[in-house]
Ligand binder design. Sequence first.
Ligand SMILES: [Zn+2]
Length: 321
Amino acid sequence: MTPTSTFQSPRRAVGVDVGGHGVKAVLMDSGGALLDRWSDHDARAEAREVGAVVERVATAVAALSSDPEAAVGVAVPGFFDTRAGVVRSSPNFPAWEDVPLRRLLRERLGRETSVDNDANAAVVGEAWVGAAAGLSDVVMLTLGTGVGTGFLVNGGVVRGARGAAAEGGHVRLPDGRRLCGCGRRGCLEAYTSGPGIVATAAHVWGMEERPDPPATAEALFALHAEGDLQAADAVGRFAVHLAQGITTLVHVFAPEAVVLGGGVATSLEQFREFLEMGIRGLAIPACAADVLPIRAAELGTAAGAVGAARIALQSTGSGAK
Ligand SMILES: [Zn+2]
């Protein structure tokens, strides 16, 4: 700290992750210790209205900290324009269009509030106190309803102009034809999200004219664990798809680590061998030198909230708004 500076960095931050089904929040200290957590669950449409979300964030902040000096960071799904402080659009909140969320939160909370995309926050969280702690070049994929990606390069989050970067779920697979939620064909997300994995299983079941394919990725992995042959086929295909997508990202970023998050990542040990064999076979060795073994996320569903707290501490510390 320079002698002329009177600025005191906040020692604590509340991180809030706003999702389609609920709000998750954590209280962190600047050393990365998790002091407290809070969550609500509300999947009603009215709970996703802008005003309702702002109130739920305020409730979470009040529940975790009465300190007006605590930094506040919020993670939201969708395209957040960090320069303007505006949510441009969000798949989880279809009615949100050009919502000035940062200003609305500042007015409601009476303090500066940092806002970022949830996948960006997740990689920051994992690189702070999770699976990639201390690393500065990290690729993270969160496999869930969709495929979220976050990229840390030289310690900074890749956001792109208008915050539209880090859509690694929509890199195209070599022979990909399946329709994606984005309207294009062949995206990584169409194959490795939960619904994408279920579609692959249905395809394998169909080839064998076998009825009742698994309805969820979780059910598929459970069958695989029991030694089911078609389940093994479907999981193997999924691992190849994921290896293809990760290889593309590794060629661009040559990270120190690749972190897998989301529900599917809890089954990593079931497909690790195929995944890593695929990456070894497909990737340019110099780009992939540091990425194996693939790391499972450690913060679970708290990654976004933890990262949001970290971003809040950093942005307050640098004076950025
Ligand atoms: Zn897509």
